[in-house]
Structure formats: structure tokens, C-alpha cells
Design a protein around this ligand. Structure first.
Ligand SMILES: [Zn+2]
Ligand SMILES: [Zn+2]
Length: 254
């Protein structure tokens, strides 16, 4: 299984309009982040987790021509706004896109794209098939997926474990009873917004605590704000088994 980071930023992680901070002015490609998303390749199956506003650009950049399914962590715009751009994949494959999310998230998708879910659809609208998931494990075309309940301040969000890979974004709390699902994971992705504490996202030190609790072979931080500081400098401070992810980074999960 191969995992590629399509984006590792937040809406304040992409170069911010009018901001002259060191990160927004940096010429290091690793400081240029699109909204957080990953592409999971399992055999010939391709699954995307979250489609933020940069989804189209991310697909072009990754030269992806096919996606079999999209999983959603939660309904904030930086995670769902790009869904309309599945149209070209619909045209190419002549099939609906299989989308997985909790009931509340699927409702938000319907509200965002009402024209795609009408009885009498206008030709050419995105063709989307909604699959409701709960906190129980499920399969996508033979890929076993374990949802992990985490909290984004008060909002329940899902993380996902696929084999030895675990992806958690937009969290600042993992309930005790969910931790069992993460134990033993070799590759752990956790959101880490910035150094300073935040009401709904793990800070750098909080994300490091999560990593030390599970001791994965390698941990990656994502969903970083421009307030995190320069990639090169922050990365140099981290323990050996932790690194800031960057857009385009691929990992072989084995
Ligand atoms: Zn969010
Ligand atoms: Zn977010």
C-alpha cells in the first residue's frame, strides 16, 4: 500500500493572502501546502481521504486519473469543498463516485451540492453515490477500514486506520476507548497546527504526546498552519521517528 500526501495545510497553511511571514514568503517547496488530504493506493484501488478546495489542483499535480472512493473525516469546507470536481472522473469512468461519511457529513455534502442530489438532474452534474458509515469497521472494494472516533473541540470527527497506516486530522482529543484501534500502527499521521495551543486542533507539543503514546515506526504531522514555522527548522527539532509531512510525500506502508 502506498500513501501520498496531496496536501498538508489548513486554510492558513497555504500561502496566506497579504501575509509576509517567513513561511508565506519561503521559497522552500515544503513550506507551500495545499489543504490536508491523502491518496491511498491499495493494489489497483485508489481511495482519497477528504477533498478540500484544492482537490482539482491536487489531482492534476499527482497525475491521478482514477479514484475509486472518497472518505470524509468531517464536513468543514477545507475538507469537502472540492467534491464537485469529481466530474471528469465520472466522465472517464462512466460510474458514480463512491463517497463514505457519517450521516451528518453526507447531509452537509447534499446541502453543498443540491444539484447533484436532485431527482431530476441537469446533465453533467457530479454523479455521487453516498455511503453512510458509522464507527464500525467497513470495506471499500475489499479494503478493510477502521474508523476512529476523535474530537475537533466538540465536533465528532473520524480518523481512519487502514492496515498499518492511521490518519487523524482535525482532532484535539482521542477518547481512551478509541485508542485501542490505533495501538500497533506502524505509520501514524496526526494533525499539528502550530506551536501555540488551539481550541480545536492539536498543537505541536500535543501532537508529540500523541505520538509518544503509540510509538509508531514513523509519525507524520499534517494540517499545519503558516504559524508552525519553517519546515526545515521545525523538522530539525523533532524526534527521529517524527517528521512534518509535506505535499507530494509518498510512503510505502508495509
Ligand atoms: Zn475542521
Ligand atoms: Zn481542517
Amino acid at each position: 500500500m502506498k500513501v501520498t500526501f496531496l496536501g498538508t495545510g489548513t486554510s492558513q497553511g497555504i500561502p496566506v493572502i497579504g501575509c509576509h511571514c517567513r513561511v508565506c514568503r519561503s521559497s522552500d517547496e515544503k513550506d507551500k501546502r495545499l489543504r490536508a488530504s491523502v491518496m491511498v493506493e491499495w493494489g489497483n484501488q485508489v481511495v482519497i481521504i477528504d477533498t478540500g478546495p484544492d482537490f482539482r489542483q491536487q489531482m492534476l499535480r499527482a497525475e491521478a486519473t482514477n479514484i475509486h472512493a472518497i472518505l470524509y473525516t468531517h464536513e468543514h469546507r477545507d475538507h469537502i469543498a472540492g467534491l464537485d470536481d469529481v466530474r471528469p472522473i465520472n466522465f472517464l469512468k462512466e460510474k458514480p463516485m463512491q463517497v463514505y461519511g457519517e450521516e451528518r457529513v453526507l447531509e452537509a455534502l447534499k446541502q453543498m451540492l443540491p444539484y447533484a442530489f436532485k431527482e431530476d438532474k441537469y446533465p453533467g452534474v457530479p454523479d455521487i453515490h453516498l455511503n453512510e458509515i458509522q464507527s464500525r469497521g467497513f470495506e471499500v472494494n475489499g479494503i478493510p477500514i477502521t474508523p476512529i472516533r476523535v474530537y475537533h473541540y466538540k465536533l465528532p470527527v473520524l480518523g481512519f486506520r487502514i492496515d498499518d497506516f492511521t490518519y487523524i486530522t482535525d482532532a484535539n482529543y482521542i477518547p481512551e476507548e478509541e485508542k485501542q484501534k490505533i495501538v500497533g500502527t506502524k505509520y501514524l499521521v496526526v494533525n499539528s497546527l502550530r506551536r501555540k495551543k488551539h481550541i480545536s486542533h492539536f498543537s505541536l507539543s500535543e501532537a508529540l504526546e500523541v505520538v509518544s503514546e503509540f510509538s509508531p515506526r514513523q509519525a507524520y504531522f499534517t494540517h499545519m498552519s503558516h504559524q508552525m514555522g519553517l519546515h526545515r527548522q521545525v523538522n530539525a527539532e523533532l524526534p527521529d521517528n517524527v517528521m512534518l509531512a509535506h505535499d507530494g510525500l509518498s510512503i510505502d506502508v508495509k
